[in-house]
Design a protein around this ligand. Structure first.
Ligand code: SAM
Length: 317
């Protein structure tokens, strides 16, 4: 489908759960999420029906996200069923990596082609601080497991946080020399009630270029990241700038939350519910949502917070 601003919508991000086994400070509150009633959440059958309806409207790429998608007990079966949907050409998954030692091989076998693994620091104490409860070794074991399982692409996502990990830009980038991975630095987005970050935390992607003058530009690959490479690296460095240089004009995505709400824009409160609808109803609601996708997400910075109305763990990133 083409939206009212001429953008072809081909990419669905499906959040399969709001729950997470970490509590990242910029993503969700310390006490986790207020668990919703089972009846409020999409069932696995509804998720697959929604993917079918979206594929019928031209969705070709699916990203499974959360919360932490790997805490969902039937995640492998869900990915397998999603991979079998006609029209879906690529399934990717975003994870904090900590459960990959057990799940990387089954997910690959179920048809997941690419993995994004979140990792904001290589310092064990800082990892525990930013995730509130996590252990760095678990995330690193997850990266090793992902590489061993033979995914087509593994990307490491680091949220840039001024005063927290800007000193680690060189060591995080150096992962592209150690492993065949891309490392992507993502600007911190000011979500609903996430985090106690002051203005100094919101640093632009250009901080990476300042710290790494040896980066060489790489041709764009059709994604939203500006691409670079360190000399002799095995993977690219991607810079994603939703705050300082938004890419809304090229946005080809919609999101579906675990409680069944289509969000045509990450930072808008507008939502279209698929919960309880049949296939035809889902197709109609998806069409309505796509035609109401706004032209851009508006100003975002420390003063102008997201209007998403939810934290990132309830949307999927
Ligand atoms: N649990 C999985 C994970 O850790 O990757 C998937 C869900 S998480 C919400 C998806 C991505 O959103 C992660 O890479 C995370 O770092 C990113 N994210 C969450 N809150 C963010 C924020 N306020 N600004 C920028 N990125 C954020």
């Amino acid at each position: 489908m083409i939206d009212t601003y001429g953008r072809q919508i081909t990419y669905l991000r499906l959040s399969v759960t709001e729950l997470c086994n970490l509590r990242c400070r910029y993503c969700m509150p310390e006490d986790g999420v207020c668990k919703k009633r089972h009846e409020e959440m999409l069932t696995q059958e509804e998720m697959i029906m929604a993917i079918r309806a979206a594929a019928a409207l031209g969705i070709r790429k699916l990203r499974i996200t959360g919360g932490e998608p790997l805490v969902k007990s039937n995640i492998v079966e869900l990915c397998r069923a999603a991979a079998a949907v006609d029209g879906i050409e690529e399934i990717c998954l975003t994870t904090n990596g900590t459960l990959l030692p057990k799940l990387a091989a089954p997910l690959r076998e179920a048809g997941v082609r690419r993995l994004n693994i979140s990792l904001d620091t290589l310092d064990a104490e800082k990892f525990h601080y930013i995730t509130r409860i996590g252990t760095l070794g678990d995330a690193l074991a997850g990266i090793e497991a992902a590489l061993a399982a033979g995914f087509e692409k593994v990307k490491i996502n680091s949220v840039l946080i001024g005063g927290f990990n800007d000193d680690e830009i060189p060591v995080l980038a150096a992962l592209t020399r150690q492993y065949p991975v891309d490392v992507r630095f993502i600007e911190l987005m000011p979500m609903y009630d996430s985090g106690d970050f002051g203005p100094e935390a919101y640093i632009p992607y250009t901080a990476v270029l300042d710290k790494l003058p040896e980066l060489e530009p790489v041709d764009p690959d059709g994604g939203v990241a500006k691409l670079y490479r360190l000399p002799d690296a095995k993977g690219n460095i991607g810079l994603i700038s939703p705050v300082s240089a938004h890419f809304c004009a090229a946005c080809n995505r919609i999101r579906l939350t675990a409680d069944g709400k289509i969000k045509p824009c990450l930072h808008s409160g507008d939502e279209y519910s698929l919960k309880g609808l049949d296939y035809e109803g889902m197709v109609k609601e998806l069409q309505k949502a796509i035609l109401c996708k706004p032209s851009w997400h508006g100003v975002l910075d420390a003063e102008n917070r997201s209007h998403a109305g939810r934290n990132m763990n309830q949307i999927g990133g």
